[in-house]
Write a protein that binds this ligand. Structure first.
Ligand code: TRP
Length: 447
């Protein structure tokens, strides 16, 4: 380990462990909950195409830059940035910690919905072939303030418990088992969904390109989603990179993370959209979309209840592997820079997140009247973090690693194996030019 002075002396057990944990952070409610309803609201292919483009260019560049920064700088994201780029970079790192905190606060509310549905599935209530019943069920859950807050509390507490156990025991072990399980279940659901009458309408919606549907808003949203789904711009991969051994190859690992996250998103789209059309739902039905469609498919399957239990359990786990990654950023910061113990840091976060998340949870009911820029609190936090906080955090990292610290970045990229000159040149171009340019355009457009 390059820096014996830091308290982070834990490492991933294997390269696979790292990839799965990073992919576990990436694949979460973003793919399963957000992707279907965003793709639905932004014209299907008009959203998916730019999303894939961004993921394989600016997204990939950022993944590599963040991991390299973490492995080189060690410590928390703030420490890593400061060591690599000086004081100002350190301040940008602190900003990422804030981003993670904000995202986790509302992420936990959605995580709570997963718990609620798992609870329903366990008592045999989550599956129904009646669209109206399902719609009402979801509406009741989110609009009953105390219910929404309680589930958020449970989810948050679970997340804190995993983080308290530490990185190898908690996070790595969990990801290894349940990630593959989720992929298999999604495949089952997709295949089952495709057999529904009218299902192909949904597939066409996802993949037929109407160029006129590609608007600056759909492109901006695609970029935002690409960031969200890769867990970028919030110090996640920097923090995870900290625990990565020298012999692991960053470009290969990064490509894996990007590809797994695209596959998960597309699979989630394929799992939901056919059912949306088959059952006459609206593709732009909003945040409840996945909770409306999946029970419908289950209602058509033999053993639907059992599958539903399995599905919500895996959904919960991917949500937790993601929320854990968000919390780990903040906890790593508090440990490294404020010299708190893991336990104290986690408890402090728990309290803060409980309050902030509760405000989000209540924005669907008691405080729905409280809107800022025409958005409820939950929406607002999501909007601000996806369109401003994450791109800003990402921009700081690529500028640092592509320009000021390129020699470091280069040696990190080549630590495990050599690449042809042309490939290194391409990576340099991506990190130093293309990624900053794309992110900057998106930021300007968002402003
Ligand atoms: N990527 C995760 C998902 O798709 C969510 C997530 C985890 C995230 N860590 C993040 C989003 C950091 C933004 C930044 O569900």
């Amino acid at each position: 380990m390059s820096n014996p002075a830091t308290p982070t002396n834990v490492q991933w057990h294997s390269r696979l462990g790292f990839i799965l944990a990073s992919a576990g952070s990436a694949v979460g409610l973003g793919a399963l909950w957000k992707f279907p309803y965003w793709a639905g609201a932004n014209g299907g292919a008009a959203f998916i195409l730019p999303y894939i483009f961004f993921t394989l260019t600016s997204g990939l560049a950022l993944v590599m830059a963040e991991i390299a920064l973490g492995r080189h700088g060690r410590g928390s994201v703030v420490t890593a940035m400061r060591r690599t780029g000086g004081r100002l970079a350190g301040a940008a790192g602190a900003f990422s910690v804030l981003t993670s905190f904000v995202i986790l606060s509302y992420y936990s509310v959605v995580g709570g919905w997963c718990l609620a549905y798992l609870g329903d599935a366990l008592v045999g209530r989550a599956v129904s072939g009646n669209v109206e019943t399902l719609r009402e069920h979801f509406a009741t859950l989110v609009s009953t303030g105390w219910l929404n807050v309680s589930w958020h509390l449970v989810f948050l507490t679970l997340t804190c418990a995993v983080v308290m156990l530490g990185v190898e025991k908690g996070i790595e072990r969990l990801s290894k088992v349940l990630m593959p399980a989720l992929f298999i279940l999604m495949l089952v659901l997709t295949v089952a969904g495709l057999f529904l009458d009218g299902a192909w309408e949904g597939v066409r919606y996802l993949f037929d390109i109407h160029w006129s549907d590609i608007t600056s808003q759909s492109v901006l949203n695609a970029m935002g989603y690409s960031f969200f789904s890769l867990s970028l711009g919030a110090g996640i991969l920097v923090t995870y990179g900290t625990y990565l051994p020298e012999r692991a190859c960053i470009p290969t690992a990064s490509l894996w993370i990007a590809v797994l996250s695209i596959v998960a998103s597309l699979l989630a789209g394929l799992m939901t959209m056919p059912a949306v059309f088959a059952f006459g739902l609206a593709p732009n039905a909003g945040p409840g979309l996945v909770f409306l469609t999946v029970p419908l498919i289950f209602s058509k399957l033999p053993g639907g209840i059992l599958l539903a239990i399995l599905f919500y359990a895996s959904l919960l786990v991917t949500a937790i592997t993601s929320s854990v990654s968000l919390l780990e950023v903040v906890v790593a910061y508090l440990r490294n820079n404020c010299h708190l113990t893991r336990r104290a840091s986690t408890v402090m976060c728990w309290a803060g997140l409980l309050v902030l998340g509760a405000v989000s949870a209540l924005s669907f009911s008691a405080w729905s009247g409280l809107t800022i820029f025409g958005r409820g609190f939950f929406d607002l936090l999501d909007y601000i973090s996806t369109n401003f906080l994450m791109p800003l955090g990402g921009l700081a990292v690529v500028l640092l690693m592509g320009w000021k610290a390129w020699p470091v970045m280069r040696s990190e990229l080549l630590s495990a194996r050599t690449f042809p000159k042309a490939v290194v040149g391409l990576m340099h171009f991506l990190i130093a030019f293309l990624a900053p340019l794309l992110v900057l355009c998106a930021l300007l457009q968002a402003f």
